[in-house]
Design a protein around this ligand. Structure first.
Ligand code: 2NL
Length: 350
């Protein structure tokens, strides 16, 4: 027969055990509570040991009651463990979170900005877009055909010596390279769409140069290409002049002097009024009042042949100059390598 007092005791032990498990506030406390409620010295274990004092029928009945109490307490402990571990994990994540905005507000970290070269590139793009040009980009790893051959420089052409090329170990030897100028993008554009074309191509270029005050081995170029009917050298000169004044401001002008490039004929170098002394003559322009910025010319008919444009129907001009060089000229920077030093005292000035 059931001992009502013993049944009551089991119920009390279970509800006390339940309360102890629920009171545990973290996984450590839960472990102690589990030992106290379910361990060998727990009230439940003591009750179990007392079963031997009962007659067999009652022993079975009370044994089953104790076991189901125990099972409910074990299940509760499992649920508690999950809840507490999840809460502990959350608290840890919250404590370890790095709030960088707070550091910035306290002046610990500075809010960054675009690199000087990127700012100049963006400004150049804006200036040309305002003049009706679109902006195109292309790959930095190019084939020999796009970088040289299509630009009127067949294999072994002496003009290839003007560029100290970095070849990649890809495919046959000397077939894939890091582009030495952005001109391959112009070739790709002419293949992709028929004239009229009014576009500029900014981007990173690579040459096997030893860096010095005026040269970087990894540098940025922007080139322009116009292909349309009846384009003349006068359009080229006028475009360079319009760009120079739009970009540098009134009082800064351009001039052309004869030069040579394999992909243009005739070719010219273009110079701008020295922005440091406004043409008066200074150290930057060696007293001449002029700074050489880049090259330009009328697109060579052989380049049109390479991309399937009829040179009898269309004419074009192209120009190109270094973005890093322009940043140097405009800011009066003595050494271009400073652009790569990542010195915040320098970069923070722009
Ligand atoms: C320089 C000279 C130049 C070009 C780039 C060009 C591109 C095509 C056809 C014809 Cl697809 N020309 N580009 C033309 C003349 C000069 O750049 O000194 N750059 C730093």
């Amino acid at each position: 027969m059931t001992d009502p007092a013993l049944a009551d005791t089991i119920a009390t032990v279970e509800s006390e055990g339940r309360a102890a498990l629920e009171a545990a506030a973290d996984p450590d406390q839960l472990r102690s509570a589990e030992a106290a409620v379910l361990g060998k010295r727990s009230p439940l274990a003591r009750l179990h040991r007392r079963l031997g004092e009962l007659d067999p029928a009652e022993r079975r009945h009370m044994g089953a009651a104790i076991n189901s109490s125990r099972e409910r307490l074990v299940a509760l402990a499992g649920e508690r463990r999950q809840t507490l571990e999840e809460a502990a994990r959350r608290a840890r994540a919250e404590a370890e979170r790095l709030d960088l905005t707070e550091a910035a507000l306290q002046g610990v970290a500075h809010r960054g900005h675009l690199h000087l070269v990127t700012q100049v590139r963006d400004e150049l793009e804006d200036t040309f877009v305002a003049m009706g040009f679109s902006v195109a980009e292309g790959p930095e790893a190019e084939t020999d055909w796009y970088n040289f051959e299509a630009l009127n420089m067949p294999p072994h052409h002496p003009a290839r010596g003007m560029w100290d090329t970095l070849y990649l170990r890809l495919g046959d030897p000397e077939t894939v390279l890091l582009r030495t100028h952005t001109s391959p993008v112009q070739i790709r554009l002419m293949q992709a769409q028929p004239p009229p074309i009014y576009a500029v191509m900014p981007g990173r270029c690579y040459r096997r140069d030893t860096p010095d005050a005026r040269h970087l081995a990894v540098f940025h170029q922007i080139e322009g290409l116009v292909v349309d009917r009846d384009i003349t050298f006068g359009d080229l000169a006028g475009t360079i002049e319009a760009f120079t004044t739009a970009f540098f401001g009134p009082g800064i002008h351009s001039r052309l002097r004869p030069s040579f490039f394999p992909f243009t004929e005739p070719s010219a170098e273009f110079e701008v009024t020295c922005p440091i002394c406004s043409g008066g003559g200074c150290r930057t322009c060696s007293g001449s009042g002029w700074i050489e910025l880049g090259g330009c010319g009328m697109v060579d008919p052989n380049v049109f042949h390479a991309v399937g444009i009829d040179p009898e129907a269309y004419r074009g001009f192209a120009f190109g100059f270094g973005i890093d060089r322009l940043a140097q000229v405009r800011t009066g920077l003595a050494d271009m390598r400073t652009l790569l030093d990542n010195d915040m005292r320098f970069l923070g000035q722009f």
